[in-house]
Design a protein. Structure first.
Ligand code: BES
Ligand code: MN
Ligand code: ZN
Length: 492
């Protein structure tokens, strides 16, 4: 899909579909000032039917009376209820309609600036349309052939073309994350992720280092190697570096859990929905998508992406409940459940990130705990942090991107819950109590002093039963976190 802006008198635009937003109860298409009287009546008629209801789209045929083949009315609801997501959401509906009608192109009229700031409007239109047209059909014999191109009609194009370019890169980052995360576990192993990372690094001039199983063992990555032992697909630690600033400036480190398949290991999971554990690599995929976009946007910050990747399998070589392992930072962990594997590979990656880069902040993503879904459901991610300023910034970005987060507490009582009788810590808490927080408590032991934010995306990384349906999040991986962190990095 190509996106372009046009400074145009929208009523005279030649297009297969001229799309405009409509406020609830209004009898006008926003931003369309004059329209040929020959079809004004049929528009009025259709507006009665559409009524500007949020998300409702209505087609009005123009019968060749104007240059546009058809008009689409897209309801955006009440003015007071418009949020950051409204235009993104409704644009997604429009794009899906265009695709359903198999159009080659369509045009959207930007709403007037008194309603939404123009740069924000075109960004949301671009993101909503692009993200909604992604489809995971790689493994279908017949694929969708092409997606329609979009013209965004504006009254003043200054500043705006840069915004579109930005939004295109950001949406492509999200789409990339989704397309890797959706890959089945037989097609995406730790070494596949390493290859993808190297390819992106090469294209976008980033440094990429991949540690093999041997190197991981030698350097003391006890968590990654223990979890990786049960699988024929060897573990990898992937490190991507984007240098957008003076090289001595401290970077932001992003870490993402990439378990390409989580069976639970010897503490085997039940069979129901186990297929969904291909999504246990989503944290790593999010980091990969962010790094791709960061380098394409050429953001003036130093950013390091670290992706510990393993497959958690049961077998003769697997690590076991009862094992005691030594993590990268020298601390020991008693394994009481091999299904609590994410925190072990993350502990290694976090300690490595802090030691190697002395970062300004560490932000890490993981589909870490089922308890997170119990606590917050499937539309909000859990965050835990040791730094209020960082949390505030993440929350501000979250408001802008509508990737929702909610903070959970972490005090010393929770730290006590992961203390072990025989080692420095144990890899589970006490029963089912506060499962999301005890995972964060375990990981608090991996970082010494750097400000950090832990983001548990177990509920939001892919669409599940209770996920709110959005046109730009079709079934499968959502790419949660990519837009959030790109917003954060752009505002630093
Ligand atoms: N990847 C899972 C968490 C998960 C489960 C995410 C379901 C999304 C949906 C993680 O590795 C895991 O198995 N966690 C255990 C931890 C427990 C053994 C302390 C869990 O949540 O049950
Ligand atoms: Mn697990
Ligand atoms: Zn897992």
């Amino acid at each position: 899909m190509k996106v372009k802006i046009e400074n145009s008198n929208s009523s005279k635009k030649k297009t297969e579909m001229l799309c405009g937003f409509v406020l609830e109860g209004s009898d006008k298409i926003l931003g369309l000032n004059k329209i040929n009287s020959k079809i004004a009546d049929s528009i009025k008629q259709s507006l009665k039917d559409n009524n500007g209801e949020m998300g409702k789209v209505t087609i009005v045929p123009t019968n060749k009376k104007i240059l546009a083949k058809r008009i689409l009315l897209a309801g955006i609801g009440k003015k007071e209820k418009i949020t950051n997501d409204t235009i993104r959401f409704v644009s997604g509906k429009i794009a899906q309609k265009a695709s359903e009608l198999k159009l080659k192109e369509f045009s959207i009229i930007t709403p007037p600036s008194y309603l939404i700031e123009p740069v924000s409007a075109v960004s949301q239109i671009t993101e909503g349309c692009k993200m909604s047209l992604y489809k995971f059909d790689k493994f279908k014999s017949k694929q969708e052939t092409s997606t329609p191109d979009l013209s965004i009609l504006v009254s003043n194009s200054n500043k705006i073309s840069k915004a579109i370019k930005n939004s295109e890169i950001i949406s492509d980052g999200v789409i990339y994350t989704k397309s890797v995360a959706n890959l089945p576990p037989n097609e995406c192993t730790p070494s596949t992720l390493a290859t993808f990372s190297k390819n992106i690094a090469k294209k976008n001039k980033m440094k990429c280092t991949v540690f093999s199983k041997n190197e991981l063992e030698k350097k003391g990555f006890g968590g990654i190697t223990a979890v990786g032992k049960g699988s024929k697909n060897e573990p990898k630690l992937i490190v991507l570096e984007h240098h957008g600033r003076r090289s001595n400036e401290k970077p932001i480190v992003l870490v993402g859990k990439a378990v390409t398949f989580d069976t639970g290991g010897i503490s085997l999971k039940p069979g129901e929905k186990m297929d969904e554990m291909k999504f246990d690599k989503c944290g790593g995929c999010t980091v990969l998508g962010i790094m791709k976009a960061v380098s394409e946007l050429k953001l003036p910050v130093n950013v390091v992406g670290i992706i510990p990747s393993v497959e958690n399998m049961p077998g003769g070589e697997s690590y076991r409940p009862g094992d005691i392992i030594k993590l990268y930072n020298g601390k020991t962990a008693e394994i009481l459940n091999t299904d609590a594997e994410g925190r072990l590979i993350l502990a290694d990656a976090l300690a490595y990130g802090e030691k190697q880069y002395s970062p300004k902040a560490i932000i890490y993503f993981a589909t870490l705990t089922g308890a997170c879904i119990v606590a917050l459901g499937t539309n909000v991610a859990a965050i835990v942090s040791n730094n209020d300023r960082l949390t505030h910034k993440i929350k501000e970005s979250s408001k802008r991107t509508t990737e929702e987060v909610w903070e959970l507490p972490l005090n010393d009582d929770y730290m006590d819950m992961v203390k072990s009788d025989v080692a420095d810590m144990k890899n589970i808490g006490i029963g089912r109590a506060a499962g999301t927080i005890t995972a964060a408590a375990f990981l608090r032991n991996a970082i010494e002093e750097t400000p950090w934010t832990h983001i548990d995306i177990a509920g939001v990384a892919w669409t599940q039963g209770a996920t709110k349906s959005k046109p730009y999040n079709p079934k499968g991986a959502t790419g949660f976190g990519v837009r959030l962190i790109l917003d954060y990095l752009q505002k630093i």
